[in-house]
Ligand binder design. Structure first.
Ligand code: CFM
Length: 543
């Protein structure tokens, strides 16, 4: 019966139907972001452009991408928001990025929200003095090794110079403290994506490559970039690496410390989980220090096995390869057991995923393992390369919004540039099927005819649900209760609601169980929104 349902679905009507409601010009623009996929001849999708005013978007701001996403998960850097209190408050802890202090870095500032709490008078007379005072206060209270300052919209509007304040306070405090600022005003880009880029530049300029010490326990040493330890994902990955005998030098930035950033250049391979938020750092590490990078995915049991095998192949050490195979074999026993149990209920169900800039792709793997079809997916702020693959990068138009972000020039480090593999070794690995510096994007792996929608609007989301009744909708807190009032369960794929980890083998098992519970209960059919069960007075506007 479920199979029939999939065949009955006619996604072809969607685009025309949804665009009808928009004014002509808006419909024309939105139309370019709504495409039908063909993995053989991937169509162009409009992405990373401004949201049309008046449309309710899922997106966040540039400050959120810089402070909340990239620097936020680091535990021993004091992150001060220079701005009104709301910006600091709403970027505080809601993402569920976890951390585990240890002897090397016992400090943990994640539970605190540091803000300059700007008032009207600071807007009129300037806020730099207040910022200096906040830094002094934070230092006196906590004696951190590093302090980062994040600019919110008013900071850019009134012209406070956070970089000058950072330099001034580094000198005033001394003691080897590292203070640096980010010009990541909320409006600086079209979404959080600009904030990622600004944060990546800052990591490189102020942290990466400052400490050459190597004190790991294993000889195979890697970075995992774009892994933010939501719900403990990075913990799951690290314990898996431990079983294989692989050293995690740095996660950027889940459960990270200042030292991890500073020693990242001592690793021999970078694995890129979230391509969108951190591909710039991967490239910089390669250019400056000679560390190759590959796209990795630890979401999904098969994807995890594939990534581990790629690591074995890269290092080319038979002992490591054997150990990896043994770990996969052992882990797969409980994975298969959990998968088979879930499959009896989940098979044939339909999913839609609208999340950020990478998870709408990665989680399709897990749904596939559950026998569920993803009929529609999209990113909030992905770029064309996240959809169509990195090969389209040279054809992406640079617009005024992208020019707003500082471009930094990275060159070979004079003393520490050390190509980890020779040209010949890289070529041989490539001939063996290994892909360096590559990402195929979401669309290459989605079925023909599925709907890909960038920067989904609230109206489009309601239409999707009304027309196709998916069994589960994956998005975030802004969408959650609207969708559930329509009788469809929503799984938050940003903070995982209360669940996780979902990465690696252990995470896959958790996901199977959670999705079986959420998507296969009949309770949602009993759900009646107030407007469905109560009498309503309807009226029309009279102009
Ligand atoms: Fe990367 Fe992320 Fe994501 Fe992202 Fe995010 Fe996130 Fe996300 Mo929310 S860094 S792009 S800016 S994987 S916070 S951990 S879940 S939108 S899909």
């Amino acid at each position: 019966m479920e199979k029939d349902r999939l065949q009955d679905i006619n996604l072809e009507d969607f685009k025309e139907e949804v665009l009808k409601a928009y004014p002509k010009k808006v419909a024309k623009k939105r139309g370019k972001s709504i495409v039908y996929n063909d993995p053989e001849a991937i169509p162009q999708v409009q992405a990373n452009v401004r949201t049309i005013p008046g449309i309710i978007t899922q997106r966040g701001c540039t400050y959120a991408g810089c402070k909340g996403v990239v620097l936020g998960p680091t535990r021993d850097i004091v992150n001060i928001t220079h701005g009104p209190i709301g910006c600091g408050f709403y970027s505080w802890l809601t993402r569920r990025n976890q951390t585990r202090p240890d002897e090397q870095a016992p400090e943990n500032f994640i539970p605190y929200a540091f803000s300059t709490d700007m008032q009207d008078s600071n807007i009129v007379f300037g806020g730099e003095e207040k910022l200096k005072q906040a830094i002094r206060e934070a230092y006196e209270l906590f004696h951190p090794k590093a302090i980062a300052i994040f600019s919110t919209c008013p900071v850019g509007l009134i012209g406070d110079d956070v970089h000058r304040v950072a330099r001034h306070m580094t000198e005033e405090i001394g003691n080897g403290i590292n203070i640096f600022g980010f010009s990541c005003e909320g409006y600086r880009g079209v979404s959080q994506s600009a904030g990622h880029h600004i944060a990546n530049n800052g990591l490189f300029e102020h942290l990466i490559g400052r400490d050459d010490s190597v004190d790991g326990k294993y000889k195979f040493r890697v970075n995992v970039l774009g892994e933010y330890n939501i719900g403990g994902d990075a913990f799951a990955i690290e314990s898996l690496f431990d079983k294989c005998g692989i050293e995690l030098v740095s996660t950027m930035s889940g459960n990270s410390t200042r030292k991890q950033f500073e020693t990242a250049h001592t690793a021999d391979l970078s694995l890129v989980m979230c391509h969108r938020s951190i591909n710039y750092v991967a490239e910089m590490l390669e250019t400056a220090f000679g560390i190759p990078w590959i796209k990795a995915n630890f979401i999904g049991a098969e994807a995890t096995a594939k990534t581990l095998r790629k690591m074995g192949q890269y290092f080319g050490d038979q002992e490591l390869i054997d150990r990896i195979e043994k770990v996969i074999e052992e882990e797969m026993i409980s994975v298969k057991e959990a998968q088979e149990k879930a499959l009896t209920k989940t098979k044939g169900k339909l999913a839609m995923l609208f999340v950020g800039g990478s998870r709408a792709h990665h989680y399709q793997e897990l749904f596939e393992e559950l026998g569920m079809a993803t009929i529609s997916a999209g990113y909030e702020f992905g770029h064309r390369d996240d959809y169509e693959g990195r090969r389209v990068i040279p054809t992406i138009q640079i617009d005024a919004d992208s020019r707003n972000i500082q471009e930094i020039t990275v060159t070979k480090d004079a003393t520490r540039y050390n190509p980890r593999k020779t040209e010949e070794e890289l070529k041989a690995l490539e001939a063996d099927g290994m892909e360096f510096n590559g990402y195929e994007g979401m669309m290459a792996e989605m079925k023909k005819g599925t709907l890909v929608i960038d920067d989904l609007s609230h109206y489009e989301m309601e239409k999707l649900i009304e027309m196709y009744h998916p069994d589960i909708f994956c998005a975030g807190i802004k969408e959650k209760f609207c969708v559930q009032k329509m009788g469809i369960p929503l799984k938050q794929l940003h903070n995982y609601d209360y669940g996780g980890p979902y990465a690696a083998f252990e995470g896959a098992i958790n996901f199977y169980k959670d999705i079986e519970m959420i998507a296969c209960t009949s309770i949602w059919k009993e759900m009646k929104a107030p407007w469905e069960s109560e009498e309503m007075v309807e009226a029309e506007y009279v102009y």
